[in-house]
Design a protein around this ligand. Structure first.
Ligand code: SAH
Length: 510
């Protein structure tokens, strides 16, 4: 099948340079005026959030994101969109698997290459995708893996971790033979149309996917981590008055400066949002449909989150002394990374002196390390993301605090934090990357696949396939090739120390 031509059109990817706006006000003032009177809210979810904040006080960004994206009461992914889904021309953004079939095919090749390299593991294979969107990546992946019969025959089950009921239905229609689909408590279960020996099961969370020490788990997460909620903290200087200690015994003692504090940035409604903007000519004012209804402001005291989360890594601690520094931390991403690592490497760490996690779920789970996880997303190579929360609607960057539930929210992924969490959770894993998406795609053989697809194609189709590929590997400052990254969590295997996996500087080891 050749579907590159169908998919190739220009639409906004979810990442844009410089789109992260601070959205921060300096005061800690929290006004209740917004609930009184007959204030109109842009969406029922915005109203519900404002009412909840009126009762409980300002909420962490993580709570706001969670509600906006996956609330059963009007969340962006969990509520059916009027006439289309989130992707493509009619939707809000475009993703790599929707741009070119080559993307999912190369993910399939990567899994095949890893299976061949890990010769010690000969049992069944469990494929897991986190946040599969329309199911396009999995469809292209399975169509490719099917060509490698000895490996395809080992795939017993495919798990789709998906929060969105409408997208689950789409995935099921694309991936399953319709007559075999049955409803289960957790959702659907069906048989793969590409691999009739493999069942496809839908789950809410990775935790719901059975752990099996005899199966090789392969986990794919494309543009999933960027949708996971973050907490945001800002380093605040201590009150000057309280910062020096002068005793009567020694009135000239040098002042002892109190250290900075982390303060969590919280979301609260804006009292009087401005719905008006100047027209381009500057002559008149028009009503904006993207005006922010909420804002960020620092909590007026430490919170359990601000006392705990930014102290968990030296990377954050180093920034604490720099007044005004902002760090974004996603505990949900970190525990997901730990869960992924333990599925691949087994767990927990055995040495009592090890600083590695003692995750409870791991204590009953031992296995020979095998499988792998591929995380493809956008974010910096090593720095800590700051001010990266963005809103996307109809291929435009908009305020993340506008039209709650109708606006997609995303953040830059902190790859280093994910790598740290994975390595700390299991001694049986190693992390490769992140590397630029362009390097990953090119070194797996993307160019040869594109050459094969354009062979014999007419000029129009050729230019569409080439255009889509160019977009995926574009290394320009706003191109997907450089902004998007690939990172792998792989088993540490005796005798294979120092190996470089395919796509990360190495070749298949056979
Ligand atoms: N991987 C797909 C879709 C990316 S959009 C692609 O690249 O095209 C994010 C996907 O993650 C959607 O399928 C969305 O419904 C799902 N998702 C977002 N938050 C989720 C959560 N907390 N749990 C499960 N799925 C989630």
């Amino acid at each position: 099948m050749n579907s590159s031509a169908r998919r190739c059109f220009r639409a906004l990817s979810r990442y844009r340079v410089g789109c992260g706006q601070p959205h921060i006000v300096n005061s800690t003032a929290f006004s209740r005026q917004y609930v009184t009177g007959a204030r109109q809210w842009s969406t029922p979810l915005a109203k519900k959030l404002a009412e909840a904040i009126d009762t409980t006080g300002p909420i962490p960004v993580a709570t706001y994101m969670r509600q906006c994206l996956t609330s059963t009461d009007g969340g962006y992914y969990t509520t059916k969109q009027a006439d289309s889904d989130q992707f493509g021309r009619q939707g809000d953004f475009i993703t790599s698997p929707e741009i070119s079939q080559v993307f999912g095919e190369l993910v399939g090749i990567w899994i095949v290459a890893e299976c061949l390299s890990q010769r010690h593991a000969t049992g069944g294979i469990q494929l897991i995708e986190l946040g599969p969107g329309r199911g396009t990546l999995m469809d292209d992946l399975l169509r490719t893996v099917r060509q490698f019969k000895p490996i395809a025959d080992r795939i017993e089950s495919i798990y789709m971790v998906e929060a969105s009921p409408p997208l689950r239905e789409k995935q099921q229609r694309l991936l399953c033979d319709s007559q075999d689909v049955k409803e289960t408590e957790a959702g659907f279960e069906g048989i793969s149309k590409h691999l009739p020996g493999a069942k496809i099961v839908w789950c809410d969370q990775l935790k719901d996917v059975p752990k099996d020490a005899n199966r090789m788990p392969f986990i794919v997460a494309h543009e999933f981590f960027d949708a996971l909620p973050i907490h945001v903290f800002k380093s605040i200087a201590p009150d000057e008055k309280a910062s020096s200690i002068i005793t009567t015994n020694n009135p000239h003692a040098p002042s002892l400066k109190k250290p900075n504090d982390w303060r969590e940035l919280l979301v609260s409604p804006i009292a009087n949002p401005s719905k008006l903007k100047m027209s381009p000519s500057g002559q008149s004012q028009t009503e904006r449909d993207d005006f922010p209804e909420f804002q960020l402001s620092p909590a007026n005291a430490s919170t359990p989150h601000s006392m705990l989360l930014p102290e968990t890594s030296l990377r954050y601690q180093r920034l604490k002394t720099m007044t005004g520094s902002v760090v974004e931390i996603s505990p949900e991403s970190l525990s997901l990374a730990a869960e992924i690592a333990m599925r691949i490497g087994g767990g927990p760490a055995s040495s009592p002196t090890s600083k590695r996690s003692t995750h409870k779920a791991a204590s009953t789970f031992h296995k020979t390390p095998s499988g792998g996880a591929l995380i493809l997303d956008y974010g910096p190579l090593s720095t800590i993301p700051a001010n990266t929360l963005r809103g996307i609607r109809s291929h435009q960057l908009v305020s993340p605090f506008s039209k709650a539930g109708l606006t997609d929210l995303s953040i830059d992924v902190d790859f280093t934090a994910i790598a740290e969490a994975a390595i700390n959770a299991s001694e049986g894993v190693e992390v490769h990357g992140p590397v630029d998406q362009a390097l990953w795609l090119e070194t797996i053989g993307g160019r040869s696949r594109v050459d094969a697809l354009v062979r014999g194609a007419d000029e129009e189709k050729k230019s569409r396939i080439e255009g889509a590929w160019k977009r995926l590997v574009d290394r320009g400052p706003t191109g997907m090739g450089q902004l998007y990254k690939a990172m792998a969590v792989l088993p540490c295997l005796p005798g294979m120390e120092g190996r470089r996996p395919i796509g990360f500087g190495g070749d298949v080891v056979i």
